[in-house]
Design a protein around this ligand. Structure first.
Ligand code: GRF
Length: 203
């Protein structure tokens, strides 16, 4: 399955997916890694794996709609069947989402619907949660609100800091994102009527 991965930063999820694709564990072809930040570390990581990379800065565009139109055209030029958001730190406009309806996945570092938005690890620690985790969901117009595909729980340990907790959550991110993409690539997973379905059953 041809995919395009969108990133803004380190790209550890992108790397986990690209490595599994390269060693045949995941039936996808990473056609391109695209970033809104030219200096995203993940772009160099992808280039080192001979994956085509592009960056498109929002600075050159007057507004969100025109940036998103250019981004959609760039993504579409690689003809992906799935768009994978992996730490892409921009909110996508309805026009972009409509252009790739039912085939955009995102990973979020919380047990959604808890902690949409930023600083999820800090917020879980401040709330005194004993369980935290991560979620893969289909992207709809609602920020971090699309139908859930898979989640993984991580215990919060005494003495956890934002960084120790996020490191354990990230290990789970890499695992569940690959699982969700595998299901999608094998046509087992789909978004229908605002609901995620796996093997013909609602999730
Ligand atoms: C991850 O924690 C992901 O859940 C969030 O952004 C972070 C990206 O990390 N959306 P990386 O760039 O994949 O290392």
């Amino acid at each position: 399955l041809p995919i395009v991965i969108l990133i803004s930063g380190r790209g550890s999820n992108m790397l986990a997916i690209a490595e599994r694709a390269a060693n045949g564990e995941l039936p996808v072809e990473v056609r391109a890694v695209i970033s809104d930040k030219a200096d995203a570390a993940g772009l160099a990581t992808a280039a080192a794996m001979n994956i085509p990379t592009r960056s498109l800065s929002a600075k050159e565009f007057a507004d969100r709609a025109s940036y998103d139109r250019a981004l959609a055209a760039l993504v579409q030029s690689f003809e992906p069947e799935l768009i994978v958001l992996a730490g892409f730190m921009r909110i996508l406009s309805p026009g972009f989402i409509a252009a790739f309806a039912d085939r955009i996945l995102n990973i979020h570092p919380s047990l959604l619907p808890l902690y949409r938005g930023l600083h999820t690890h800090r917020r879980a620690l401040e709330a005194g949660d004993i369980l935290h985790g991560c979620s893969v969901h289909f992207v709809t117009e609602e920020l971090d609100g699309g139908p859930l595909v898979i989640q993984s729980q991580v215990k919060v340990l005494p003495g956890d800091s934002e960084s120790s907790l996020s490191a354990r959550v990230q290990q789970q991110e890499h695992r569940i994102y690959s699982q969700a993409i595998d299901w999608f690539a094998r046509r087992r997973l789909q978004l229908r009527e605002q609901q995620a379905w796996l093997d013909g059953r609602p999730l």
